[in-house]
Unconditional design. Structure first.
Length: 338
């Protein structure tokens, strides 16, 4: 579990006890499942050069003139299909997880959530921690696997927010936790419990969010960390190699992304005669559009339409006690005095 410390203020003030804060950062969500709100979210998300690295002069006119007008309506309909009475699933579960994490860490640690895109922003979360008197900051992106498209983008936003606030706390940044035993054990336990309650399927899929293959060729460690993490989870869950498969979802555009693709795998398994699938998505800390709509709805429908039976989605760890305990252990380890 790599962690980095900011070079600024790396001393510990002559042994004085610091007031610790945790920034629990996630990707973000539209403010409402409506076309205008979704368009704002997509514009912010897809304008990030970490996410789409095309030249700005080429990409931004295409994004604003073609892609957002085409995608905003369809994406809004997808969000409406999973929206809860209390709001966006990603935001609701992240807020609840933060509450559980705060209880695990105790009153001496302040926990705030910040979204990379949308609200509450990372900048505002940092301002709140500063106002609480925090002088040691742990940054925990809710991405178990590191990628420049996700984790590094969170760190970009933290740097920008701290600069705007002219605030320089001691920082400890958690870069990944894909093979940390506490997190691996929590995911493995959730899979075992689900299978005990619902039976064993013909095949278990681990579906993780894809990125362009080009990014991996340029040195992004994401693909290797996905494989290492899934192998650790499968081993901890007592699964044999033939019991599970790794695949990648949510690709866009025409260039090759990480493979095999989840939808093509689901279709192929149905055509081969599989009648039951279970899908776990350990790249997602909490449930969101990509798990609740893309996997539990779209891919379940695809499996049935192509001759399969039932595709069941195994929920993310969300705001479970096991999730909060695992993250608390990870935070305590990186936040120990040096």
């Amino acid at each position: 579990m790599p962690a980095s410390e900011s070079p600024a203020r790396s001393d510990r003030g002559g042994g004085a006890e610091r007031r610790r804060g945790v920034l629990l950062a996630n990707l973000g969500t539209p403010a409402a499942p409506e076309r205008r709100a979704v368009a704002r979210f997509l514009r912010e998300f897809l304008s990030d050069p970490r996410v789409v690295d095309l030249p700005r002069w080429l990409w931004l006119p295409l994004l604003n003139g073609v892609i957002i007008p085409l995608r905003a309506g369809r994406s809004a309909a997808a969000y409406r299909a999973v929206w809860r009475e209390d709001g966006s699933p990603l935001l609701v579960f992240t807020q609840r997880l933060a509450g559980r994490l705060a209880a695990e860490l105790g009153p001496a640690t302040h926990v705030a959530i910040g979204m990379r895109y949308g609200q509450p922003s990372i900048r505002d979360a940092l301002a709140g921690l500063r106002d609480d008197g925090v002088d040691e900051l742990v940054v925990l992106p809710l991405y178990p696997q590191f990628s420049g498209t996700t984790t590094a983008s969170i760190f970009d936003a933290v740097d920008a927010g701290l600069g705007e606030l002219d605030w320089q706390p001691v920082q400890r940044r958690i870069e990944d936790y894909h093979v940390h035993p506490a997190w691996v054990g929590a995911v493995a336990d959730s899979i075992r419990q689900y299978r005990q309650q619902h039976g064993e399927p013909d095949q278990l899929l681990f579906s993780l969010h894809g990125i362009p293959q080009r990014y991996v060729a340029q040195g992004d460690p994401y693909a290797d960390q996905c494989r290492a993490g899934v192998e650790a989870i499968a081993k901890a869950a007592g699964l044999e190699s033939e019991d599970w498969m790794l695949c990648f979802q949510s690709r866009v555009g025409r260039e090759p992304w990480l493979q095999p693709y989840t939808d093509e795998t689901v279709r192929s398994l149905a055509e081969q005669g599989a009648k039951s699938l279970q899908v776990a998505c350990p790249g997602f800390a909490v449930d969101c559009l990509e798990t609740l709509e893309e996997i539990a709805m779209q891919n379940a429908e695809l499996f049935e339409e192509t001759g399969g039976g039932k595709l069941a989605y195994i929920p993310a760890l969300n705001d479970s006690e096991a999730h909060a305990q695992a993250l608390a252990q990870i935070i305590r380890e990186v936040a120990q005095p040096s």
